[in-house]
Design a protein around this ligand. Structure first.
Ligand code: ATP
Ligand code: MG
Ligand code: MG
Ligand code: MG
Length: 484
């Protein structure tokens, strides 16, 4: 089943059950100063949940475009994390509660494909509930999940709050067992790759206060009007229904991956098994490229442009990481003119505005790639000189100072410095480099403290910002933790 069809069926199922169909909000989270990007379907409905506005409808359904920057390090390595993804969600604002939400989710998941459902085998579905949520437990039992496939889990996994005083409550997740070739038996507690989480049902039931963290607070009482907020990963359902190993292989992403493989002359999957942990590094890179190119398309499509701060900086890093990955796989020419049109063709059936606006989108993307390639060329020249000087002086390692200067002034990625130095038979004083990075990070932190930007989404990118320095950054650094 195509991704677009899964989306259509989701909307149709909930519309038939009295839900108003609400369009996706744009990716930049303009309504919430604490968030860079919308990261869940509920974000645009927060004022209703907090009682700040009264909802124009008691029930809603949407397919929300989402970005989760904290998941970037997982991309390509797990089977289930995209930087950009789409979250299908149904919402009740003081209308139905658990006894409504659970059967609605079950029905759509298991209804045969020829009757408009997703046709999942009920025997492969597991449900989790919060420790003391007997109500949800009994409802799953009655709806069709046997006791041995209902798992009680603690706060970390199965309790939802916004980390502020207000509504909170237990949640309940659905997992699909992909079978023994994906990992060990025993349910989601044992293996989250084999058991793929595809739907989260949040039951906003309590009012909390004295909030010290997402897991430390006091329940003050029951909410007078209880709400439902659910999120089903569209790409995850697509990966299940299309019988592919991960969400980079679904219809909306795979063509980008294939084009990248073609360009770089790699044969995707040549050395990999089914499970995410059996992946070859080249395959991980191809997935990163596909994910990041699609993400860049969606971000620029929603008005974000590359820059050295905030949302634009996240976009810049994502793009540069994609371009760099292509080069590491062996293609040295401009990559985006080859890849971005493929991403457009994948996504335009669901988002026709991408085709209409492609001239503008691609102009930003291609200019960014050209600027980055120029940075790489400049850095390479300086690096070559430094290598030659080190050699002449009889040194065996490039100084930490030089590596830091290349990184800091020219935006030249440290991993590239390491690689090129190694090719020339030289070490790099990584210890010295790291010390200089740490000094700079301390300065950036003090600076950030002064500006008080502390919120979740941005803080997840703190290390990245620190690594580049929001003001002095002129180029690229790898997103991975090792290099920051
Ligand atoms: P996971 O534990 O797999 O990281 P999650 O518990 O963080 O997922 P939720 O916050 O519950 O995810 O989001 C609701 C649903 O959105 C998930 O059940 C999943 O189907 C989907 N989802 C979450 N994060 C991603 C992502 N990075 N890429 C694709 N789909 C996602
Ligand atoms: Mg997650
Ligand atoms: Mg989870
Ligand atoms: Mg979840």
């Amino acid at each position: 089943m195509k991704t677009a069809e899964i989306k259509r069926r989701y909307l149709a199922h909930f519309e038939a059950n009295g839900h108003a169909v609400v369009p996706s909000a744009p990716l930049p989270a303009i309504s919430d100063p604490n968030l860079l990007f919308v990261n869940a379907g509920m974000v645009q409905f927060v004022p209703y949940f907090l009682g700040q506005q009264s909802p124009p409808f008691p029930r809603a359904v949407s397919v929300q475009k989402c970005i989760r920057t904290p998941d970037i390090d997982e991309v390509g390595k797990t089977s289930r994390h995209g930087t950009f993804f789409q979250m299908n969600g149904n919402f009740s604002f003081g209308d139905y509660f658990k006894a409504g939400a659970i059967p609605l989710a079950w029905e759509l998941s298991t209804k045969p494909v020829d009757q408009g459902g997703f046709g999942l085998d009920p025997e492969r579905i597991w449900a989790t509930v919060y420790l003391d949520d007997d109500e949800a437990y009994d409802l799953w039992l009655r709806t069709g999940v046997p006791a041995e496939r209902i798992v009680r889990r603690g706060k970390k996994d199965n309790f939802w709050s916004m980390g502020i005083p207000g509504p909170a409550g237990p949640c309940s997740e659905l997992y699909y067992d992909r079978g023994p070739e994906y990992g060990a038996e025993g349910g989601p507690e044992v293996d989250e790759d084999r058991y793929l989480e595809f739907w989260n049902l949040v039951f906003m039931q309590y009012e909390i206060a004295d909030v010290r963290s997402k897991e430390e607070f006091r329940i003050v009482g029951e909410l007078p009007k209880k709400n439902i907020d659910t999120g089903m990963g569209l790409e995850r359902m697509a990966s299940i229904l299309q019988g592919v190993d991960n969400l980079y292989e679904i219809d909306e992403v795979r063509p980008i991956l294939d084009r990248a493989a073609e360009l770089t002359g790699k044969r995707y999957g040549a050395h990999s098994g089914h499970a995410a942990n059996q992946s070859h590094p080249d395959d991980v890179r191809l997935r990163v490229i596909a994910d990041h190119v699609r993400t860049a398309l969606m971000l620029i499509g929603d008005g974000v442009t590359p820059s050295n701060e905030g949302r634009g900086y996240v976009l810049r890093r994502i793009m540069r990481r994609a371009i760099r990955s292509v080069r590491l796989l062996g293609w040295q020419e401009r990559a985006l003119p080859e890849l971005l049109p493929v991403a457009r063709d994948c996504m335009a059936p669901s988002y026709p505005e991408l085709a209409a606006d492609f001239e503008r989108i691609s102009a930003y993307a291609y200019a960014e790639e050209d600027a980055f390639l120029a940075t790489l060329r400049a850095g390479t020249t300086i690096l070559d000189t430094a290598i030659a000087e080190t050699r002449t002086a009889g040194g065996r390692a490039l100084t930490g100072d030089k590596a830091f200067q290349l990184h800091d002034t020219y935006g030249f990625p440290i991993d590239l410095t390491l690689e090129i130095a190694a090719e020339q038979g030289l070490d790099v004083d990584q210890e010295g480099f790291r010390r200089l990075m740490a000094d700079q990070r301390a300065r950036a932190k003090a600076d950030a403290q002064a500006r008080k930007t502390g919120h979740t989404d941005l803080s997840a990118y703190r290390s990245v910002l620190d690594a580049g320095g929001p003001v002095t950054f002129t180029g690229y650094t790898e997103v991975s933790r090792e290099s920051t």
